[in-house]
Write a protein that binds this ligand. Structure first.
Ligand code: UDP
Length: 330
């Protein structure tokens, strides 16, 4: 029997590249697509030339063509950090809306099953805690994060419409904060920010008083959950994340210990609409997928720190890897 073919968008990004590795290891034929706006070819260098891997440099917000049969599409292309939304807001909206529409059309034409990467951001600054999938959220549509949150909410809506109207097989994963090797050191998110600061000998920047909470999931756990969801027959959203909740202040203390940082902590203003608390309720994932996270934070953080230590001084001191200016014409 021929290998199943999977198209992974955002293939050169953090999660996309781990998905490519996972599906290659499972002997799928993998088509990776990325416009490299926030992705980095270094993340998939090792797959180039692999007989089961093909890379397409393409922006999925424009019409998407791939030759041949397609069994699965995983739509992971999107900026995913709050500072990226501020730099490239229109592209963030387009990839979640127009990009999703193009890929749903492709899935329909190829009779493929489509899984979309949604997010805990659909819950906004949540008034229900921990967040269950039936909570509708508390999102500011016109705030700085609205470009991401509303694109992802639209993405869920159009995906359910294709499922209900066209009978397309669809899956929706709501991803909570995830970390691991290949995160962009300068993407502004809290883990690379703190580790980068530790490695440069700078103080760690806590936004607000650090009492806001997050729950961090190690990447291999997330990828396993996504695979199980894809292979399940469940079309409604499923939270995938690690319910172990921690304040950002505690997190800074953990990173300080791990990295043996000596430069202390400084406090900066809390960004607008920064959610005060976040913790997934994963009952559904447990029941439907038989999934729960396995890697505890101490173990996951150690692996991640070891990865960041392999980066060069040049990587460490670069303000930003990517040249966004050329995309601002869109
Ligand atoms: N944060 C921080 N210092 C930083 C970067 C982030 O205190 O240098 C905080 C941020 O305000 C938020 C939390 O860490 O409360 C997680 O931020 P991140 O950007 O990683 O992702 P979010 O969960 O907000 O999407």
């Amino acid at each position: 029997m021929a290998n199943k073919t999977v198209l992974i968008t955002g293939a050169a990004g953090f999660l996309g590249s781990h998905l490519c590795d996972y599906f290659i290891a499972k002997e799928f034929s993998v088509l990776g697509m990325d416009n490299l706006i926030t992705g980095n070819m270094k993340n998939i260098d090792h797959l180039m030339g692999h007989p089961d891997f093909t890379f397409y440099h393409h922006d999925v917000s424009n019409y998407v063509y791939v030759p041949g049969d397609l069994d699965y599409i995983l739509h992971f292309a999107s900026p995913a950090s709050p500072i990226d939304y501020l730099k490239i807001p229109i592209q963030t909206l387009k990839v979640g809306s127009l990009g999703t529409h193009n890929l749903l059309g492709l899935a329909k034409a190829k009779n493929a099953r489509m899984l979309i990467a949604s997010t805990s951001e659909v819950y906004g600054d949540p008034l229900v805690h921990p967040q269950t999938e039936d909570y509708w959220g508390n999102v500011n549509p016109i705030g700085p994060r609205g470009v991401y949150d509303e694109a992802k909410r639209f993405q869920e809506a159009i995906t359910m419409a294709y499922h209900r109207f066209h009978g397309l097989e669809t899956r929706i994963v709501r991803i909570f904060n995830t970390y691991g090797p290949r995160m962009r050191l300068n993407d502004g998110r809290v883990l690379p920010a703190f580790i980068g600061q530790a490695l440069r000998g700078e103080p760690m920047t806590i936004f607000g008083d650090g009492s806001q909470t997050r729950s961090f999931c190690y990447v291999s756990d997330l990828i396993e959950g996504i695979y199980r969801l894809l292979m399940s027959d469940y079309a409604y959203p499923v939270n995938i994340g690690n319910p172990n909740e921690i304040t950002i202040k505690q997190f800074a203390e953990e990173i300080t210990k791990l990295t043996d940082a000596k430069s202390g902590i400084i406090y900066q203003p809390l960004p607008q609409d920064d959610p005060m608390q976040r913790q997934p309720n994963i009952d559904k994932a447990r029941e439907i997928l038989g999934w729960e996270p396995k890697v505890d934070r101490a173990e996951g953080l150690k692996i991640t720190f070891d990865y960041f230590k392999t980066l060069t001084a040049e990587d460490l001191n670069k303000v930003e890897h990517n040249d966004f200016t050329k995309y601002n014409k869109y």
